[in-house]
Design a protein around this ligand. Structure first.
Ligand SMILES: Cc1cc2nc3c(=O)[nH]c(=O)nc-3n(C[C@H](O)[C@H](O)[C@H](O)COP(=O)(O)OP(=O)(O)OC[C@H]3O[C@@H](n4cnc5c(N)ncnc54)[C@H](O)[C@@H]3O)c2cc1C
Length: 416
């Protein structure tokens, strides 16, 4: 593994975003030499291998928007991802204890599904296996990039694995090492941070009525709660819960026994899915909004959580990052076809410009939703009731929201 000394595109971090980017790059130009460096070991080379646990591919499930499905189809991995994907037929949005509410239905939009829910562990197995089968991708794992040194053209990465330290030269280094991104810090790239003082509790929960492919987005005075349908059929009686709470409340709820947890969930969510009967392993994630002030420099691009870490309220973080990846791939392909170095700053700036509006709209949208819907104070409560009523009354604004949440807000990108 250490005998790789140079590559065209080095991706630092093989989480959801690094792995997805490698997958899109591999399909865009088969002659590109791509190297992925990941701190955790890769799974064995077959899709039935046990799920690997690392920061991205843990016990969560992810709502994949229809726009992301189109990208995965182009990259040739959708057929496999689909094996454990649950279609979202409707999204029910409601505000507990207040008037208003709205339903977004796949039939109103003429779509097969509004999106799909897929366990992260399955996404990991499919993407990491696919990457291992690509002849134009080298994998260095487990190994850590300790330093990134920009050069006149390209960059040099100092890599450490169990046995040795070595250097990898590249034309372009993509930093996809997560929200805390040590490499972003090392390069002196500042971030804007807003701490929501909230924690997301996640768990799979079972109930006694079929979910019928309905995702619930319920706003409570303590914070938003989402229940995303799981299981291969609409008759499934399991959903992935993302329950946002103030930090102290989250600690209390996490410490409850199963019966106590289910009782509190029932009281907060109500009986639309009947009685909650079981809760699986519970995990928690502190929530903040983090946005890098620079995303590109000559030979460097910052992507995924390292570039923008969003509140999971609208299930947008990964979908936005995937649209970023597709836009970057399109710019790199254009540079490559003109014999330009892949790390040339003009191409990277064009990529950033292409994604600017999409990023701003998505970041602002999820931030506003979070702030508007995490309080019981009168002005905000009145505003959000009006918002819901307005949304129902104005099909155009509802459709805009639907398109945004389906991940079709950005331009369509042809990867080849
Ligand atoms: C509770 C919750 C629910 C969510 N639900 C949704 C959803 O439904 N839909 C949606 O679109 N988004 C959702 N998201 C957002 C989504 O999870 C993130 O967008 C995604 O995980 C970002 O992945 P990443 O690869 O950028 O970062 P990470 O997941 O942090 O991965 C970074 C990777 O880099 C590796 N690494 C770190 N440092 C180094 C180094 N020096 N060298 C080598 N490797 C390194 C790590 O091991 C890791 O594998 C949710 C987020 C949360 C918290």
């Amino acid at each position: 593994m250490a005998n790789i000394t140079n590559t065209q595109i080095a991706i630092i971090g093989g989480g959801m975003v690094g792995a997805a980017l490698a997958t899109l790059l591999a399909c865009a130009r088969t002659t590109w030499k791509v190297t992925l460096i990941e701190a955790f070991p890769f799974p064995a080379k077959d899709t039935d291998a046990e799920p690997i646990y690392q920061p991205s591919f843990d016990a969560r499930s992810t709502a994949i928007a229809a726009g992301s499905v189109q990208l995965f189809e182009q990259a040739g991995v959708w057929q496999q991802l689909k094996q454990h994907a649950t279609a979202i037929n409707q999204v029910h949005v409601s505000d507990k204890g207040h008037i208003g509410g709205t339903v977004i239905d796949k039939n109103d939009l003429g779509e097969k599904a509004l999106g799909y829910v897929i366990p992260n562990a399955w996404i990991g197995n499919v993407l990491l296996n696919h990457i291992q089968q690509q002849s134009n991708i080298d994998i260095i794992a487990p190994a850590q990039v300790k330093r990134l040194q920009p050069k006149q053209t390209g960059a040099a990465l100092l890599i450490e694995n169990e046995d040795e330290n070595f250097t990898l030269d590249c034309e372009l280094a993509v930093i996809a090492d997560g929200a805390q991104s040590p490499l972003r810090k090392q390069l002196g790239i500042d971030v804007e941070v807003h701490n929501y003082q909230q924690t997301a509790i996640i768990a799979n929960v079972a109930f006694d009525q079929p979910h019928n492919g309905i995702a619930y987005e319920r706003f409570t005075d303590q914070g938003p709660m989402a229940l995303l349908p799981l299981g291969e059929s609409e008759q499934g009686c399991e959903s992935a819960l993302v329950w946002t709470q103030p930090q102290d409340q989250a600690e209390r709820i996490l410490a409850l026994d199963e019966a106590g947890f289910l009782a509190e969930l029932q009281q907060r969510f109500g009986f639309r899915l009947g009685n909650f009967t079981k809760v699986g392993k519970r995990d928690s994630y502190p929530l903040e909004l983090l946005v890098a002030k620079e995303q590109v420099r000559s030979s460097i691009a910052v992507m995924g959580n390292a570039a923008h870490f969003l509140h999971p309220v609208a299930g947008q973080g990964f979908n936005l990052a995937l649209r970023d990846c597709a836009a970057l791939v399109a710019e790199l392909a254009a540079a490559f076809d003109q014999d330009l170095p892949l790390g040339n700053l003009d191409s990277l700036l064009r990529y950033q410009q292409t994604q600017e509006n999409d990023q701003l709209a998505t970041i602002r949208g999820s931030d506003t939703l979070t702030k508007l819907f995490s309080t019981d104070q009168l002005p905000q409560a009145a505003l959000r009731a009006l918002g819901f009523i307005g949304l129902e009354a104005l099909p155009v604004s509802k459709q805009w929201l639907s398109m945004q949440s389906m991940g079709q807000a950005g331009r369509r990108v042809n990867l080849q």
